[in-house]
Design a protein around this ligand. Structure first.
Ligand code: NAI
Length: 480
């Protein structure tokens, strides 16, 4: 039986390994992590992450050929293939602070693999890493390994949170990069055979190591760039009376462009897009390519602009002050069908409103009160000027309350903001919400989940990103 061990039981390691275990009954898969609470949760009925379909996959394999454990060294020592899926955040201090990837977790995992290994292993980079990381990892492994043979492969993960299981069952492609030596090619073949249990052969792409590493950064940069492009257009739509949904529909019909990822919103979030683009920017700068670095930097600048613009719209349309006014925040996760709040635009929007002294009532179906409090008070890093941004103060936190549902969050509110596109928001009883709100009642739709015309008929003043403005908003000059 082939044994696989995955270091890092997070959003990537957990679902990816669960699907490998389900599709390959002949392979034993151990997912290991230094975090005890995370492993206990994987072994319980309340998995540490919310992902549609994940519970079912885990239930089918856990205890048979899928195991979650804190005994990292034992499982690494026994494995033939070791995936490394640890976090690779942006460095917050020292050389490259604010841009470069922090490979501390990766390096410590690599040193541990070298330490405990007694037999040859294939080590797979699953985390998103800077191009050329495999070279550094190879050095760590070979200089510490007592002559054991390691083959390094790059197998970046392309799943999207919220649709992880679907993406893993039916990936657009699986990418495997390896050394172009006989041993390297053999290792690529071994990993290919794992995926071939369920992925059609033509969707398994093999490349050299550096192409595989760079392709992941490039894919995320291209995806984020599409969002920033349509968001930039949304500002122009508001200024001209064009409707961004109609523009993206027309643009996306061009088969060279395609319809996906063209929805305007309050901005992209998630743990990957910003950090991976910053990482790309840093690599470009280190390679003497400042123009290329600047090009990609602007994708993040537009994202920051979009969040700031949203807050400014809210404040300016409510007579230039939200002080003491209750605002219902509907949705906090960075997208629907996940409880993940890393880099969610909701953090910046809420902080912006708190600075203006709003009273926030927050509701999200999957995000806990604890998590939201942590996010609002967390010290954030200003990527452009490597300084720490002030968190919301303990006093500001007194302006925040938490609601059980959208109706409670909007009761007696002056305005409500949609910050995540949860399906349940599409079927709310807006007449009931309107009746229970202060007047004029405002809706600020950061995800284009509501039908503005229907809400206007009820009596709401509606701001939807990139859509023609109400006369009210036209009359209230906003600094955008
Ligand atoms: P995560 O933070 O959810 O999980 C990482 C896990 O690694 C944590 O549970 C941590 O305790 C563990 N860990 C760190 N150092 C360790 C060590 N030395 N030994 C054992 N465990 C250790 O991170 P996530 O979201 O799963 O991301 C992992 C990597 O995958 C990152 O490089 C990310 O960029 C990449 N990625 C993430 C995607 C996503 O949607 N979240 C999608 C594709 C790639």
């Amino acid at each position: 039986m082939v044994k696989i061990c995955c270091i890092g039981a997070g959003y990537v390691g957990g679902p990816t390994m669960a699907v490998i275990a389900l599709k390959c009954p002949s392979i034993e898969v151990a997912v290991v992590d230094i975090s005890q609470p995370r492993i206990s949760a994987w072994n319980s009925d309340h998995l540490p992450i919310y992902e549609p379909g994940l519970d079912d996959v885990v239930k089918q394999c856990r205890g048979k050929n899928l195991f979650f454990s804190n005994d990292v060294e034992k499982h690494v020592a026994e494995a033939d293939i070791v995936f490394v899926s640890v976090n690779t955040p942006t460095k917050s201090q020292g050389l490259g602070a604010g841009k470069a990837a922090d490979l501390t977790y990766w390096e410590s995992a690599a040193r541990m693999i070298a330490d405990v290994s007694k037999s040859a292993k294939i080590v797979v980079e699953k985390s998103t890493v800077p191009v050329k990381t495999a070279e550094a990892i190879e050095k760590i492994l070979t200089h510490n390994s007592k002559g054991i043979n390691f083959q390094i492969l790059s197998n970046p993960e392309f799943l999207a949170e919220g649709t992880a299981i679907q993406d893993l069952f039916n990936p657009d492609r699986v990418l495997i990069g390896g050394r172009e030596t006989p041993e390297g090619l053999k290792a690529v073949q071994t990993l290919k055979e794992v995926y071939a249990h369920w992925v059609p052969e033509e969707r398994i792409i093999c490349s050299n190591l550096w192409s595989a590493e760079l392709s992941k950064l490039a894919a995320n940069a291209f995806l984020a760039q599409r969002i920033s492009s349509v968001n930039a257009m949304s500002a122009l739509c508001e200024a001209t009376g064009a409707d961004v949904s109609q523009v993206s529909h027309a643009v996306g019909k061009d088969t060279r462009i395609g319809p996906k990822f063209l929805n305007a919103s309050v901005g992209f979030g998630g743990s990957c897009f910003q950090k991976d683009i910053l990482n790309l920017v840093y690599i470009c700068e280190c390679n003497g390519l400042p123009e290329v670095a600047n090009y990609w930097k602007h994708v993040i600048k537009i994202n920051d602009y979009q969040k700031a613009r949203f807050v400014n719209r809210i404040v300016s349309s409510m007579f230039n002050t939200v002080s003491g006014k209750k605002i219902g925040i509907l949705g906090f996760a960075f997208k629907k069908d996940t409880g993940d709040t890393r880099e969610t635009p909701a953090i910046d929007v809420c902080r912006g409103l708190l600075v203006d002294k709003a009273q926030l009532s927050i509701y999200d179906p999957q995000v806990s009160q604890d998590q939201i409090q942590k996010d609002l008070t967390m010290v954030k890093f200003d990527w452009e000027h490597p300084v720490l941004l002030k968190p919301a103060s303990p006093t500001a936190l007194k302006q925040v309350s938490f609601a059980w549902d959208a109706y409670e969050a909007s009761k007696d509110a002056h305005g409500i903001c949609f910050l995540t596109e949860w399906d349940e928001f599409k079927t709310l009883d807006f007449q009931k919400i309107y009746d229970n709100m202060q007047k004029p009642a405002f809706v600020f739709d950061g995800r284009n989940v509501v039908n503005p015309d229907k809400l206007r008929q009820i009596g709401f003043i509606v701001y939807s990103i990139g859509k023609p403005l109400d006369q009210w908003l036209k009359d209230m000059p906003a600094v955008l």
